[in-house]
Each structure stands twice: as C-alpha cells, then as structure tokens.
Ligand binder design. Structure first.
Ligand code: PXG
Length: 463
C-alpha cells in the first residue's frame, strides 16, 4: 500500500477519492467527473486546498467550527485524554471524569431547569434519542397515546431514519421509506417565499397557529412534542417573524406539548447568545446539541433535558444509548472548547461587536440588483436572490442563480453556500472585522459575476 499524503498531486487524490469514497448529499458520478476540492489545512477562518488556495470559510465547515480552525489547546487536550483514557463506556453503572465535568458545565450554561444531558455522537443521533425519550416520558406519565411529534416542512434535524423523518426535506423522505409513523409536518415561517400579500407579523402568527390546528385535528392526547430549530439553518437561514415563537410557546403550554428546540446550529453562540432559544425567547423542555459543542473538533452531540423529564426518565431504565455516548476524548475536547468560548468572551463579541458589524454590511447587500432581502442574526445570515425585488418573484429556472453564485464564490475563494436561490453564511464566531470586509468584498464580486452570467444566459426571467 502506498502512503497517501498532502503532497500528492491534486488529480491523483481526486481520482482515488472518487474511486473509493462515497460522499454525503452528492452525486458520485459528478464528483468523479469534476473531482472534489481537496482541503489540506486550515487556520482561523481560512482553509487551504491542495492547489495552495486560501479560502475564506464563511460556513464554519458545516456550521460547526465556532472557535475557528487551528486551536492547539483542543489538540493538546485530546492527546492528553487519549493517553490517560482513550475510551470507556457510560453504560452499566460506569462513568469517567471528562463526561462528569462536561455535564456539570453544560448544566451551568443551559437555561434554568435544564440540568441533565444524554449524549450521542451527532445531532442526528441526539434527535433519534429525543424521539424515544419524549415518547417514553409520556408512557411513563401514564399517557401512552401521546406519540406524535409535530415538525415543519423544510426543517433539518439530521439524516438517520428517525431524525430524517423529523426533518421536512421532501427529497430525503423520497429515499428509504421515510417518514416513520407518527411524525406530522406543518408549514414553515418563511415569509419571503410563502407570505404572499400578508404582513410578516400576520403570516408568522398564521404559521404558528397551524400547530394549534394540527393539535386540535389529531387530538391533544395524541401529541407528544413539537420540534423546531429556533432559526432554520439548512433550510436557508430563515428568521421567523417576531410573532411566531411567542405564539408557539403559548400553544405548547396550553396543550401540554413538549417543546424540543433543535440547537444543533443555533447553540453555542451562533445567534449572539449561548442558545438560540434565548435569542427567540422560548423555554424548551429538550434541546438538541452538537456541532458548536466541540466546534467540530470531535464528533459529539446530546439532548439536554428539563429536570421534570429527567426525573421521570430516571425512575426507570431507558433502553437506549450509543457506544460513544459521552466519549471521553470528545467530552474533554468539548469542555475545552466551552472554556475558550467563555474565557475569550466569543459569544459576547458576536452579540456586541462583530455581529452588529456583519449585520450592517450584510444588510447593505440588498442594494445589489440581485438581492431581494437580507436576514441575519449573530453569525448566521441569508440573502434571497430574485429577478424582481418589488414582487418578491422567484426565478423561472429555480436554483440556477444560487448555484451560479455558489460556483462564483468558490472561484473567488469564498465558501458561501446556496439553498435554492438563497445564499447562506455561518462563519466561525471568531471572524474579525477585516475578515468580514473580505467576506463581503468576495460576496459582492461573486454576485456581480453571477448577475452578468444570468443576464447573458437569459436566466433573469421570473417564474
Ligand atoms: N439538527 C440540525 C438543526 C442540523 O442543522 C442536525 C440536526 C444533524 O446533525 P448531524 O451531526 O447528525 O449532521 C443538523 C445538521 C447543510 C447541512 O447542508 C446541515 C447539517 C448537516 C449537514 C449538512 O446545511 N446540519
């Protein structure tokens, strides 16, 4: 076997990759034809590829590298922990110091009354835990008919059978027999695309009231929980109207429906507070966490649950768990990540300084002829591309503008993603003001190039 290293020519690495590696959410034949971009290193907010390009990563990997790349402290902690205790499980009445310390710290950081964590290796696994946990909770409370979990179209909660069912992505449901029974989806609070002639506020209220309608249609005695991202991420950074969340909270309280806040993206500073639930003003019973918990340096996720849920679940055996639940290396790295976020006041800086700075620049993008609307909270933002701003028109050729813009960004050494014709960012929380300037410059240049290309190809037509 030959050693495969960073020093091999890009084309050779690409060919080997295409020959043996199946990529997530990717057409394998396309990657074989074009070759994957090979990332070889990273520091701060910058990635380096095998051709020597320096790329500004305005997605923080996949919304996760909150403290930025290249923090030696995390590598040191991981190495130390691997030497001391690389693995032990948390089943069968055993525990270890890293998981004890991380749980205690999470209890401090999470909202009052949420002091218990069940660990997983990812956000998907954590949401699978949530399905079983909330249904088991109601069983143990003597209400076994409460099984249905209500979610939303265009939500993302993971890619396993359970979490993919909770999600509202129709291309995912079309593959592999999803959703599982007793999951129900209501509309999303996406005013730009679906709000029609309504005001934002009326639309937000109407979409929240779909929850009440669904509960009444099914019967309160059948509904276990409502799950939602405080701000939809993968769906396109959709910030709900201000009326939405207060109404959802009212409905959950009124009908005794557990509220699961999926904080996988919003958690750990992304919205300018420790948790998105604080930003949107809700009191969840369960929070899904992953990604920013370790800044992506180790795979770890979990479910943070209320004292009430923990007291019920803890009174029996919960027949659930993963080999890597509370993995010692991942736990130690997550704890170190939380120390850095806290001691370097990274969340406060996003809230008070870099977040407002980015917001001003991001919102100014609406002056560009392609940009209809800009949304941003903390360090997650979107712009909507449109052929006609006044009517909020969609493109006739849906997704082509977003794709073209994404490709231009790549060429201009900026990772900015597209979801249909929305462009999204979620940079590392440590991004500096000069780096924000670079991000915006590259975005504007890419938008200009995209606009020229759409015009020359006759793709500026409204649907
Ligand atoms: N919940 C939310 C809100 C997420 O965004 C998950 C759960 C699942 O986490 P894991 O760790 O199992 O991936 C996520 C993940 C994208 C993209 O293209 C987003 C995610 C994952 C992969 C791609 O935006 N979010």
């Amino acid at each position: 076997m030959n050693a495969i290293t960073n020093h091999m020519p890009t084309a050779e690495l690409q060919a080997l990759d295409a020959a043996h590696h199946m990529h997530p959410f990717t057409t394998g034949d396309e990657i074989a034809a074009k070759g994957a971009r090979v990332i070889t290193g990273a520091n701060g907010v910058m990635l380096r590829d095998s051709d020597g390009n320096q790329i500004l990563d305005a997605m923080a990997g996949l919304w996760c590298v909150n403290i930025g790349y290249g923090r030696d402290e995390l590598a040191e902690v991981a190495a130390r922990q691997m030497r001391e205790l690389p693995y032990y499980n948390t089943f069968f009445m055993t525990t270890h110091v890293p998981v004890i310390a991380l749980s205690q710290r999470l209890a401090e950081l999470t909202p009052d009354g949420m002091n218990h964590v069940f660990y997983a290796g990812s956000g998907s696994e954590a949401n699978d835990t949530n399905i079983r946990m909330v249904r088991t909770y109601w069983d143990m409370k003597g209400k076994p008919s409460k099984k249905v979990i209500i979610s939303r179209h265009n939500a993302y909660h993971g890619s396993s059978v359970g979490s993919g069912s909770l999600g509202g992505m129709s291309p995912m449901h079309a593959q592999g027999g999803l959703p599982i029974p007793d999951v129900h989806h209501i509309g999303q609070p996406n005013w730009w695309t679906e709000g029609g002639e309504m005001s934002r506020e009326d639309f937000g209220l109407m979409r929240a009231q779909e929850l009440e309608q669904a509960i009444n249609d099914m019967g309160e005695d059948r509904v276990a929980a409502f799950i939602a991202e405080p701000i939809q991420g993968a769906g396109g950074v959709i910030i709900p109207p201000s009326t939405y969340w207060p109404e959802i909270q009212r409905i959950c309280d009124k009908y005794e429906i557990l509220l699961i806040a999926d904080e996988v993206i919003c958690g750990f500073g992304r919205t300018g507070n420790w948790f998105g639930s604080q930003t949107v003003g809700i009191r969840p019973d369960v929070m899904t966490i992953a990604k920013g918990l370790s800044s992506g340096y180790q795979p770890i996720g979990g479910s943070v649950v209320s004292d009430e849920i923990a007291s019920v679940i803890n009174s029996g055996e919960f027949n659930h768990g993963y080999t890597y639940s509370g993995h010692p290396v991942a736990s130690a790295v997550a704890l170190e990540n939380l120390r850095i976020l806290d001691e370097e006041k990274i969340v406060e800086r996003v809230r008070d300084q870099t977040g407002p700075y980015l917001k001003k620049k991001w919102e100014a993008l609406t002056e560009h002829p392609l940009v209809g609307e800009a949304n941003i909270v903390g360090m997650m933002g979107s712009i909507v591309l449109t052929p006609h701003k006044e009517s909020r028109a969609s493109f006739k050729s849906a997704g082509a503008a977003g794709f073209t813009c994404r490709e231009r960004c790549f060429e201009n050494n900026l990772v900015m993603r597209h979801v249909g014709d929305r462009m999204i960012i979620s940079p590392p929380l440590v991004i500096s003001e000069p780096e924000i300037d670079t991000l915006i410059e590259r975005a504007v240049q890419s938008l200009d190039e995209c606009h020229a290309s759409l015009k020359s190809e006759g793709l500026m037509e409204s649907a």
